[in-house]
Design a protein around this ligand. Structure first.
Ligand SMILES: [Zn+2]
Length: 186
């Protein structure tokens, strides 16, 4: 978890700007309570795919010597394609990065290679920790829809912190509604 140093939507640097401001580039609002959780890819996660590939590659010249050559080539091509796919996904993850950002007006997410999405706090009922696989669940008001945030937090404490920060924003909005209702009554 960290404070915003660059705009989650357009990557414009926010360093040197006031704690509560709007992104000069795209107008995204943020304040001193805004936080972002990013998933940083770890190269050691590529160890097992690399190991399995090397294993298949080396054994296909030994064990598979008796099997027809075209099967050996097919296995090699498949495993090479699979290895490339995993590396490609990793590069995409590094290039764009998954994140969840708690902003004053909205929850901003980018969970895959697509563009980031924004959910206004008013559309969220509550947020909870999802223990396995580690993540968070967003309960949306609309038709009891649920949205999972996966692959952003690396520790349970991070997910708990996220839920805490998001809950503060949701309850703030609710308090705002109540006070608004009271002024209407008087
Ligand atoms: Zn921006």
């Amino acid at each position: 978890m960290s404070q915003l140093t660059s705009c989650p939507r357009c990557s414009y640097t926010l360093r040197g700007l006031p704690a509560k401001h709007r992104c000069p580039e795209c107008g995204l609002g943020y304040d001193e309570h805004s936080r972002i959780w990013r998933r940083h890819p770890r190269w050691r996660e590529l160890f097992w795919p690399a190991f399995i590939y090397v294993y298949i590659f080396s054994t296909s010249f030994g064990v598979f010597q008796t099997t027809p050559r075209y099967i050996t080539i097919l296995i090699l091509l498949c495993s090479a394609g699979w290895a490339l796919y995993i590396v490609y996904n990793y590069l995409i993850l590094i290039r764009h990065g998954r994140f969840a950002a708690v902003l004053p007006d909205e929850l901003m997410l980018r969970l895959d290679k697509k563009e980031s999405i924004s959910i206004p706090w008013g559309n969220i009922t509550r947020v909870a920790v999802k223990p396995s696989p580690l993540g968070a669940v967003i309960f949306l008001k609309k038709e009891r829809e649920v949205k999972d945030i996966l692959g952003v937090f690396s520790k349970r404490a991070e997910a708990e912190m996220f839920v805490q920060c998001a809950s503060v924003q949701i309850s703030k909005l609710r308090e705002g509604d109540v006070s608004l209702g009271e002024t209407h009554e008087t």
